[in-house]
Design a protein around this ligand. Structure first.
Ligand code: SF4
Length: 172
């Protein structure tokens, strides 16, 4: 069973507020030019069938729960690959009124692939590294990490006040 998974990891992709740059590069991995399927990596649409979660973009108050919901639907053991600088810190969007930060404030991340956007070769390398981590998790050498509590992702009073001020400014 394990050999089948490590030789053919199934990947589900979640766009978490990305500008689409990382998503386009990730989709390039599926084209005949990069052809990740030759490594057995299969892109699927259902998290319940996946071994690897690939995330692009940053976390905000709206998508934090959705991201964690997708993560929770993937059976254990699983690995998460975060593509692009937005997933690690918010990237160019860090500091915007609705951005909370990188995806690791909501779910555990196994591999970060830096870049804005990263090249498809780097993305494939990150996924292959993640499959190595998945193998160690299956052997019990690495224990799964629980998702982060979501209670802190309710908008703070300061954020709510800021959002209201921006909305009022737009309506004037
Ligand atoms: S890392 Fe760059 S390309 Fe990727 S989602 Fe962020 S801004 Fe877009």
């Amino acid at each position: 069973m394990f050999n089948a998974v490590s030789k053919s990891p199934w990947v589900v992709h979640f766009n978490c507020n990305s500008c689409n740059g990382c998503d386009i590069e990730f989709l390039a991995c599926l084209t005949p030019h990069y052809d990740v399927e030759r490594f057995g990596i299969l892109h699927i649409g259902n998290p319940k069938h996946a071994d690897v979660l690939v995330v692009t973009g940053s976390v905000n108050n709206r998508n934090a729960r959705v991201l964690q919901n997708v993560y929770n639907q993937i059976p254990d053991p699983k690995v998460v690959v975060a593509l692009g600088v937005c997933t690690s810190s918010g990237g160019v969007f860090a500091g915007c009124y609705n951005i909370l930060g990188g995806v690791d404030i909501v779910i555990p991340v196994d591999v970060f692939v830096p870049g804005c956007p990263p090249r498809p070769e780097a993305m494939i390398d990150g996924i292959v590294k993640a499959v190595g981590i998945l193998e160690r998790k299956r052997k019990g050498e690495i224990f799964p990490t629980a998702p982060k509590p979501l209670c802190k992702f309710k908008p703070s009073e300061e954020q709510s006040a800021e959002t209201t001020a921006i909305k009022e400014e737009k309506t004037v």
